[in-house]
Write a protein that binds this ligand. Structure first.
Ligand SMILES: Cc1ncc(COP(=O)(O)O)c(C=O)c1O
Length: 497
């Protein structure tokens, strides 16, 4: 099949008459797609051919590319050659099996095919009628996912791009649920409006605070509830904070509990928090962006315990279900309150009154990509068993890595590691405080500069912790062993092995 993309209608004005070589605009779609397909296939066979962390200096690409968009069409071969020559060197390879930073992820090849198909269809799933299959597939796959992770049937799922937007949306719903007429009257200059408060811990992901900023809550009204020694929220401290705020006439808007915090994967005690939120009449949002998918494992189903008391809960298939970025799922009990917060029918978007979901009414954005397709492909291709096997493998590798740290002199694990992330450091005698942090910072920089592996860090009780996160479907025991060798070499160059 040949697609001719040139404007060929009779009489269409030729923009660059005299300069356009129309043969360049002609795309041999099959040849071009096959070239890209061959490239992707080779890439997936061994992403190790690339350094994990891009080795370019800031501004490298802007210097290499022309300052203006091309006037004349350019042939696919030229564009693709520049993709290889200029773009790839500036890619940090999240698909690399030795990518151990942040939360490691990987795109399932089957989901890449789904992404290509979704791009080809190019539907905008803003309303049911603008592509019924997109909306209905979203409903079906999110029901599958809900059952797989064991959430109760009171939750309805909706897809957003990221957990940050899911969290923002949950906060907006929590604010709307207070019935303070903020939607119509706003917040500024109102003396009838109490100060709204959000409760989290210092380990809650920063998107909640950003959401509070965007919604006019203000950073100083984001209360950091104390954690215990395992980096989990102390329910008694939450209850005390709520009681103190209520006594001052402040209005609790939302409690955020995390299942699988970003630094250590610790989990707040959701059942106890849910009981408090219910008793105090406060919206409970659970951020299970990373760890939620682990609930597909029967032995980890318990991590979502207490979710029956939550008003909203987020989990990210793009973190730990091999769905390419981006796809986050927000489960919500009361879709009406979300609709109340966001629906606004412009005259040019009026829709018939049908028993369907028009998801443009449930968030800030109007246009929506057909994201559910890649989740559907991935869930079907791997099956729940395949997903479980991969997650179990990651958790087992992380646990094994922690035993190596435990057994090695001068190395220490710095936090409980229930899932696929281990926080650790090299702590030789004689080094402490900032000198110890600097030593571990150097280890991280050395490892990352090697191009062989990529890790990140966090701070626990103010001290630097190295962080190894396993979540890539191609990561093997050998990859983790290789990383361990790199850490030891960087820690003690003289004893390199
Ligand atoms: C616990 C947690 N919540 C939310 C987020 C934000 O995720 P996203 O990048 O999808 O906005 C992250 C990111 O790592 C996270 O770790």
């Amino acid at each position: 099949m040949r697609f001719r993309l040139a404007r060929k209608e009779a009489g269409a004005p030729a923009r660059n008459s005299g300069r356009v070589d129309p043969s360049n605009e002609r795309l041999d779609f099959r040849a071009a797609f096959e070239r890209a397909e061959r490239w992707i296939e080779a890439y997936y066979q061994d992403p190790r051919q690339f350094p994990v962390l891009a080795r370019v200096a800031p501004g490298y690409l802007a210097r290499a590319l022309p300052a203006e968009a091309p006037e004349a069409p350019e042939p696919f071969d030229t564009i693709f050659a520049d993709f290889e020559r200029l773009i790839l060197p500036g890619i940090t390879h999240w698909n690399h099996p030795r990518f151990f930073a942040y939360f490691a992820i990987s795109a399932a090849p089957i989901a890449v095919i789904a992404e290509a198909l979704a791009a080809a269809l190019d539907v905008n799933a803003m309303a049911w009628k603008t592509s019924p299959a997109a909306t209905e597939l979203e409903d079906v796959t999110l029901e599958w996912l809900r059952k797989l992770v064991g959430l109760d049937a009171g939750f309805h799922g909706i897809v957003y791009d990221t957990a940050s937007i899911s969290g923002f949306t949950a906060l907006a719903a929590a604010r709307e649920a207070l019935d303070l007429e903020i939607r119509e009257r706003g917040m500024a200059g109102r003396d009838d409006l109490p100060i709204l408060r959000v409760y989290q811990t210092e380990h809650t992901h920063s998107h909640i605070e950003k959401g509070a900023i965007a919604l006019g809550i203000g950073r100083e009204n984001v209360v950091k509830v104390a954690c215990d020694e395992n980096f989990a929220m102390q329910p008694a401290a939450l209850d005390a904070a709520l009681a103190a705020d209520l006594a001052r006439g402040l209005k609790p808007m939302c409690v955020v509990a995390t299942v699988g915090t970003t630094s250590t994967t610790s989990s707040d005690p959701v059942p106890a928090i849910a009981e408090i939120a219910k008793r105090r009449g406060v919206w409970l949002h659970v951020d299970a962006a990373y760890a939620g998918p682990a609930a597909i494992l029967p032995e980890f189903r318990h991590i979502l315990a207490g979710s029956e008391g939550a008003d909203s809960l987020v989990l990210n298939p793009h973190k730990w279900m091999f769905v390419p970025v981006d796809l986050s799922v927000l489960y919500l009990r009361n879709m009406d309150v979300l609709r109340r917060a966001f629906s606004l029918a412009a005259v040019y978007l009026e829709l018939p009154d049908e028993p369907v979901h028009n998801y443009m009414d449930y968030g800030l954005q109007l246009g929506r990509r057909f994201r559910a397709l890649k989740l559907w492909f991935a869930l079907r291709h791997y099956g729940a068993e395949g997903m479980r096997a991969r997650l179990r493998g990651h958790i087992a590798l992380a646990q094994e890595f922690a035993t190596w740290i435990d057994a090695a002199p001068d190395w220490e694990v710095m936090a409980p590691h229930p899932l696929s992330v281990v926080c650790f450091r090299h702590a030789p005698a004689g080094l402490e405080g900032e000198a110890l942090d600097a030593h571990n910072g150097r280890i991280m920089d050395d490892v990352n500069a090697s191009g062989e592996a990529f890790i990140s860090s966090t701070r626990l009780n103010g001290r630097l912790a190295l962080r190894l996160a396993i979540g890539n479907e191609r990561t093997t025991r050998d990859d983790v062993r290789a990383a361990w060798r790199l850490f030891r070499r960087a820690a003690a160059p003289a004893a390199a092995n």
